[in-house]
Design a protein around this ligand. Structure first.
Ligand code: GRF
Length: 194
């Protein structure tokens, strides 16, 4: 059965784009049922509109507190009825209540080999520590930052002459493949394939 996906983003949206392209070219059996951005100016939400998706801007700054903002996000999600919620550069920590409501159905991508380097600037942290291998992680989301069971990881070499930009770009290329592959894995599980 075609997997119903909600995408939450805050910025560029290149992971959203990769998921969209995989669906368009038939390699991922999924349907994007809504896209939500907490930032009105996110390039990703502009693209979602162009593609004709059910696109929502829910600016967290327009709400009194986290709970009020999340209540609106939950309303959109309840109406869209996704099987999975894919966080794609969504820069908001989800409350325990939110995570509980969608237990094991929220996934995230992070630009490091977790549990190393959670949080912001993962690529800069990796360079600072001098690791020789980094990469990206797709994982289920729990109420802690960049934690939760790992679905899939991809490694990239860290080169001696890497800058934050060059390492980020190399990891991002793997992210796009990793996110699509992780969704394929979940979709196979959903349809009962081994
Ligand atoms: C990616 O590096 C992702 O791992 C992190 O935020 C970034 C989002 O990039 N969580 P994009 O908006 O998908 O281009």
């Amino acid at each position: 059965m075609t997997m119903r996906l909600a995408v939450l983003l805050s910025g560029r949206g290149s992971n959203f784009q990769a998921i969209h392209e995989a669906i368009e070219n038939g390699s991922l059996d999924a349907q994007i049922v809504c896209v939500i951005s907490n930032r009105p100016d996110a390039p990703g939400i502009a693209r979602a509109r162009e593609y004709g998706y059910d696109a929502h801007v829910l600016d967290h700054k327009a709400f009194a507190n986290r709970a009020a903002h999340e209540a609106e996000v939950l309303k959109v999600l309840d109406a869209a009825k996704p099987d999975y919620i894919a966080l794609a550069g969504y820069m908001r920590l989800l409350s325990a209540n939110f995570v509980e409501r969608w237990h094991n159905r929220i996934i995230n991508i992070h630009p490091s080999l977790l549990p190393s380097f959670p949080g912001v600037d993962a690529q800069a942290q990796a360079l600072k520590h001098g690791v020789k291998i980094s990469g990206c992680t797709v994982h289920f989301v729990d109420e802690n930052l960049d934690a939760g069971p790992i679905i899939l990881q991809r490694a990239v070499d860290v080169r001696d002459d890497d800058t934050v930009d060059s390492l980020s770009a190399r990891i991002l290329g793997e992210e796009h493949r990793a996110y699509v592959d992780a969704l394929k894995k979940l979709s196979a599980k959903k349809s009962g394939e081994p």
